[in-house]
Design a binder for this molecule. Structure first.
Ligand code: NAD
Length: 437
């Protein structure tokens, strides 16, 4: 099948490459010339495990091309919209200008029977609005909402082997002609057993908003427990283990730490609250304000703990932050809690050095005032305190004995609760986790 993918960022580039891997003829389109030139040469414009290898493999088959020219979408039967929906500046709502621009640019290239398939995370009501726009130009084209659930760091395998597929069609029914076309697009994952749910436009849009809100709530729940544990001398990691043994609760996403960040959860829960307000259902989501507040409080708490760890003052203290990306196995620093903490520490007088295996280039663009050092051992040299803020494997497996001679003071704050506290203490370190003594 001929497919166009409009917007080739973290979501779209992976989607385009994976659609080609599934056997389709794909053109990826983006307004960013640098990104398109990189992708055209089978180089990934960002770090995502397995993406470069996949780009090389599928580009060799001739089934994947990239361009900045939207007219290349003509002739495709399915057009995936994968552009960004960031938070509006100074407001909670989603900025829909990119989605609207992409859809509008696509209109002249649509033919009867074409599907415009939204994958971006959007406020409920967007699909119906875009359907009107599309029908005004090509009455025989259809809009479908097919939200994306991939996790950065696992994006390639999540796209090739999705845990579910949601098709939101205008009549919400299996007999909608778009369903058979999408079944063909996703033939391989469906044959491998991926469950699929056919529903209407608003439900499909809300599935994504609700899923992210639930995940954010679960993280903030355990971080709220961490606050109570800190106040009462309890241990949140043991508490999470114990409550997680109840399979109605489950242990996943119950990792107390510095909280969530990235290009999705924070802006998605805010956009969801804003949209509910427009719909007159704001009371239903006021709890998300608290979820957001608990999350942001963690960052301030880490700054305070670091001050304590450094003997009551941050002035002139050399702090090394291990990890800049918002999560391991990614170079994405959008709303990264690690960088937000690093910047606050610097503002309060600490001399902060940040290291990360992949995200330093992006981090330096956002926070040029911080110091960056790619080599971990150089970064920790003469540090007064180490802060593990992104749980890359290389930081999880650090040897506390080997690092002793490099630092000025053997103090570590484990912002993700991933180190063996006893082992670090036995090696002579002052160890602090979050939500545990
Ligand atoms: P991104 O910023 O990495 O990519 C967006 C891309 O769209 C950019 O390359 C940009 O140049 C391009 N673009 C903007 N306007 C365009 C236009 N008019 N025509 C063509 N291209 C255009 O963002 P992302 O992380 O890929 O997210 C995209 C969407 O997917 C968002 O709605 C996001 O919430 C959703 N999503 C992302 C993830 C994720 O893990 N990143 C997961 C699920 C859903």
């Amino acid at each position: 099948m001929r497919i166009s993918v409009i917007g080739c960022g973290y979501l779209g580039a992976v989607h385009a490459a994976c659609m080609a891997k599934l056997g389709h003829d794909v053109v990826g389109i983006d307004v960013d010339e640098v990104k398109i030139s990189e992708l055209s040469s089978a180089r990934a414009p960002f770090f995502e495990p397995g993406l470069v290898e996949l780009l090389q493999e599928v580009q060799a088959t001739g089934r994947l091309a990239f361009t900045t020219d939207i007219s290349a979408a003509a002739g495709s039967l399915v057009h995936f919209i994968c552009v960004g929906t960031p938070q509006k500046k100074g407001e909670n709502g989603a900025d829909m200008t990119y989605v609207d621009a992409a859809a509008t640019a696509l209109l002249p290239h649509l033919a009867p029977g074409d599907l415009v398939v939204g994958k971006s995370t959007v406020p409920v009501g967007t699909a119906a609005r875009l359907a009107q726009l599309v029908k005004s130009s090509e009455p025989a084209a259809e809009v479908v909402w097919n939200p994306e659930f991939l996790r950065e760091g696992h994006a390639v395998s999540d796209t090739l082997h999705p845990d579910r597929l949601v098709f939101g069609v205008s009549n919400g029914s299996e007999d909608h002609p778009a369903v058979a076309i999408l079944d063909e697009v996703y033939e391989a994952p469906l044959a491998a057993g991926a469950p699929r749910l056919v529903t209407d436009h608003p439900t499909a849009e809300l599935v994504k908003a609700a899923a992210n809100s639930f995940l954010a709530t679960k993280i903030s729940f355990i971080n709220a427990m961490a606050e109570v544990c800190e106040a009462s001398g309890a241990d949140v990691t043991q508490l999470a283990d114990a409550i997680g043994m109840d399979d109605r609760i489950g242990r996943k996403f119950l990792h107390a730490g510095i909280g969530f960040g990235g290009g999705c959860l924070p802006k998605d829960i805010r956009a969801f609250m804003a949209r509910a307000g427009e719909l007159g259902a704001d009371q239903a989501l006021t709890f998300l304000r608290e979820v957001d507040a608990i999350n942001m409080r963690r960052r301030t708490r880490v700054v305070e703990l670091t001050r304590e760890l450094c003997g009551g003052t941050l002035l002139g203290k050399r702090i090394t932050v291990l990890g800049a990306a918002f999560k391991p196995d990614s170079d994405d620093v959008r709303d990264s809690p690690a960088l937000s903490i690093a910047a606050q520490l610097q503002l309060q007088g600490a001399v902060v050095t940040v290291t990360d295996p992949k995200a330093l280039e992006n981090a330096a663009k956002r926070f040029p005032e911080l110091q960056f050092e790619p080599d971990m051992h150089d970064a920790i040299s003469r540090a007064d305190a180490l802060l593990l803020l992104t749980e890359w494997e290389k930081y999880r497996t650090m040897d506390p004995y080997a690092l002793l001679s490099r630092v000025e003071s053997a103090r570590i704050l484990d912002g993700r609760n991933v180190l063996d506290a006893e082992k670090w203490r036995a090696a002579g370190w002052t160890y602090r986790g979050l939500g545990r003594v």
